[in-house]
Design a protein around this ligand. Structure first.
Ligand code: MTE
Length: 300
């Protein structure tokens, strides 16, 4: 595993200056103590103690395998992940099918320990292995007109028993604004705990956006499209009142059916102490500038 940061954000036009500067701080040390110190006292070191392998791999959301938290661990082994390719198309200079091995040969894999906060008000801390999404987008060459990135999960009913139910409009879809996608915290994860991603966690390639609710972290990605229009996202299509496009972790904006002000860290039993949810999941210093001037109650 290499410990080098290869990506250079040169497209300052799509990246606010503050974020560009922050990149250096981010590079200064993302895992463990470095991140805790950088994100301020609220993000205590204690809270970045990772959850266990067992917790991360058996309490999952991957509706293609069923809506129960245990369904993905039980059924996702049916998904074939070799060979794997990602189609990158839309407003890019080099559209096409990118084989996973070819992608990985260009990427620097890094470990990042991120807090992961779900809209259902639980959270866990996961040591991810992966590379920056920006590096992949740069490989394809993002064109000037592009403003958004849309993502699609594999849709293969023969291997995905949950897709026979129309709980979501398959394939699972997500989207980011281009500056969010290019942010150095935005990760394409290929592993957890230094091991390849288990299928239930989105093998072989999934998104991780640590300042957004977990559902933005689309799994088992097969298509990435650069576009100038805000893309459809599965949860927004299913229930626009409850799930907005931005989906930023925001303790001040309640989900229509429950408060988002606190969370329960998974592990430690049912009676584990609830803790206050932090703005942008504790990554405020790094990402708040992306939303300057936006009304986050409207763009939730
Ligand atoms: N990606 C796909 N393709 N299908 C899904 O159902 N669920 C999302 C997200 N990505 C989901 C998905 C939700 S709701 C969450 S909370 C996270 O995955 C869960 O990731 P984890 O199971 O690795 O903790």
């Amino acid at each position: 595993m290499a410990y080098r940061w290869s990506n250079d954000l040169t497209r300052a036009d799509i990246t606010p200056e503050a974020v560009f500067m922050n990149r250096r701080q981010v590079m200064a040390g993302l895992s463990g103590i470095g991140l805790a110190a950088m994100a301020g006292p609220a993000l205590a070191q204690e809270e970045l103690e990772p959850n266990t392998w067992e917790e991360v791999t058996t309490y999952c959301n991957f509706y293609e395998f069923g809506t129960g938290k245990g369904d993905p661990a039980q059924y996702a082994h049916r998904m074939t992940t070799k060979p794997w390719a990602v189609t990158i198309d839309g407003m890019v200079d080099r559209p096409g099918e990118y084989g996973l091995q070819d992608i990985l040969s260009e990427m620097t894999i890094e470990e990042r320990i991120y807090r992961f906060r779900c809209v259902e008000a639980w959270s866990m801390v996961v040591p991810w292995n992966g590379f920056e999404l920006a590096d992949l987008l740069n490989l394809a060459g993002v064109q000037e007109e592009a403003k958004y990135v849309s993502f699609e999960t594999l849709y293969r009913p023969s291997e995905m028993p949950g897709t026979q139910y129309r709980v979501l409009d398959w394939p699972y879809r997500e989207g980011l604004r281009l500056d969010e996608a290019m942010h150095p915290l935005t990760l394409m994860a290929t592993g957890i705990f230094g091991k390849p991603l288990p299928n239930q966690n989105g093998a072989p390639l999934r998104l991780v956006v640590p300042w957004k609710y977990g559902f933005k972290s689309i799994k088992s990605i097969v298509r990435i499209t650069l576009t100038d229009k805000q893309p459809d996202t599965s949860w927004n299509m299913a229930n626009a009142r409850e799930y907005g496009f931005y989906s930023n972790v925001n303790p001040n904006v309640s989900h229509p059916r429950w408060s988002q002000a606190s969370e329960r860290r998974l592990g430690g039993g049912l009676f584990a102490r609830r803790q206050p949810t932090l703005m942008f999941n504790g990554y405020e210093e790094e990402v708040a500038a992306l939303y300057d001037g936006m009304d986050l109650t409207e763009h939730f």
